[in-house]
Design a protein around this ligand. Structure first.
Ligand code: F6P
Ligand code: MG
Length: 441
């Protein structure tokens, strides 16, 4: 089957064009600002060499910004001490061997946007003292603390819902309603990513429980009922079935908190018995959660001596980790330029373990783009077709729409939404809970 062309900034009317022209340079500028503010701190902490290394990172960022703006060709990466570099360079080399010049505005949006974050990592990897510096850390931590009221509300209710001993057999409808609540809170948490805003603060200002009611009509595809029934039918609550879920997390801060609330709910109500939480290996798309962000969040909850609601939740979460019900993982596949249809070929062991799960939960817009290959599919294309063979197990994507690709929407419905909101595909105000159920063989 001939595939549609990839999204690309070649099309000047596209969101890809807007992103590469305006959003990416802004993100790089914010890194320069971060480095300039911390230069003397680095010197104090790690010595004079660190200050020079900081200057070299600033120069690398200036160069990157210049190259994006001038649509310069993309070159191979150069930090030979990381284990993903050969995969990256093989990918780039293959494209180059086909005579293609890869450049910011002419090539695939997905590739060049991923490359930018890997290129930022390269600048830090090439230093001796700043390898572990995350240039987005302040932004991520700031959005968490600017959402404290919403965090209080969600955690207080979660603690009540979990402490309530509801026998899953006789209280199916209560658990079902709560499942929708935590799933939708996690879904809308995805509005708080910092890539769309170019790094500007995106806090949660509303009561999330009110918000989900108001936003119900903004969920364009909603498979939550089938999902609940699918999970409930696995009967993890009978304790004799091992029901595993893979949760591919997205952004740190408020979104991560909502994802962990959902993961806690699934475990505590025994809708599954184990969840693998996938985090990123290095700073990615501004706000994606790394292991450091995850640890930091748990630390904030447990250190809040004046806030018992936070502490109660954090104790439960620590327990999930200690007793092996939450498994924390970072895998390099999630920061490679490949879309999901290549997972089996590129990271077969990851594909194999994910295949053994009953469900994968993919969070966020970038995961959606990678599932459908970031191609210009017609709006009414079938999801299964757009997946191009990626079927390790059943899965769902919880995504607020922030890129000009979407499938499985009737063309007439698409026209109606466009009349209401011409930027519905990219402004993050609309969402999908889109599931794929693997046929049993
Ligand atoms: O820069 C905009 C953007 O790249 C989206 O198009 C992208 O998919 C998004 O940022 C990141 O969103 P999320 O954190 O939901 O994956
Ligand atoms: Mg993200």
């Amino acid at each position: 089957m001939a595939l549609p062309p990839p999204l690309s900034a070649k099309d000047e009317k596209s969101f890809a064009y807007e992103t590469i022209k305006d959003r990416l340079p802004l993100i790089v500028t914010r890194i320069v600002d971060f480095l300039a503010r911390h230069r003397t701190n680095f010197a104090k902490q790690y010595g004079e060499d660190a200050e020079n290394e900081c200057k070299s990172c600033i120069s690398a960022m200036d160069k990157l910004r210049y190259e994006i703006a001038r649509d310069k060709p993309i070159l191979l990466l150069n930090d030979n001490h990381t284990d993903d570099i050969h995969i990256w360079n093989e990918y780039l080399q293959k494209e180059m061997d086909q005579g293609k010049v890869i450049s910011w505005f002419q090539s695939n949006w997905l590739l060049v946007e991923c490359y930018m974050y890997r290129k930022i990592a390269e600048a830090f990897n090439l230093t001796a003292h700043l390898q572990h510096v995350d240039p987005f850390i302040e932004m991520k931590q700031h959005t968490f603390y600017s959402s404290v009221q919403a965090i209080d509300v969600v955690l207080a209710q979660l603690n009540i819902d979990i402490e309530q001993t509801t026998d899953p057999v006789n209280n199916k409808s209560t658990i079902e309603q709560q499942f929708y609540n935590y799933m939708e809170i996690s879904l809308w948490g995805n509005q708080c990513d910092l890539s769309l805003s170019g790094g500007a603060n995106r806090s949660q200002e509303h009561d999330p429980f009110h918000q989900i009611t108001e936003l119900k009509t903004h969920i364009l595809i909603n498979h939550e009922t089938s999902l609940f029934n699918y999970l409930y039918d696995q009967q993890a609550y009978l304790l004799n079935f091992d029901v595993c879920i893979d949760f591919v997390l997205d952004n740190a801060g408020f979104e991560l908190l909502t994802d962990l609330c959902f993961a806690d709910f699934l475990i505590s109500k025994r809708l599954c018995s184990r969840i693998t939480l996938h985090l990123k290996c290095f700073p990615w798309f501004v706000s994606d959660a790394t292991k450091t962000d995850f640890d930091w969040l748990l630390e904030q909850l447990s250190n809040s001596s004046s806030n018992s609601v936070w502490q109660i939740a954090s104790k439960r979460w620590q327990q999930h980790i200690q007793n092996g019900q939450w498994i924390i993982q970072t895998h390099r596949f999630f920061t490679l330029p490949y879309d999901y249809s290549y997972m089996q070929q590129i990271s077969s062991e990851l594909y194999c373990t994910m295949s053994q799960s009953k469900l994968i939960i993919f969070k966020g817009d970038l995961n959606y783009r990678k599932l459908v290959g970031d191609l210009r599919w017609p709006l009414n294309e079938r999801f299964e077709t757009a997946l191009r063979g990626f079927q390790p197990t059943s899965f769902v994507v919880l995504r607020t729409c922030k890129a000009d690709v979407q499938v499985d929407i009737d063309l007439k419905v698409g026209q109606e939404i466009t009349k209401i909101d011409p930027r519905w595909m990219v402004n993050g105000k609309w969402a999908v809970i889109q599931a794929f159920f693997k046929k049993q063989t």
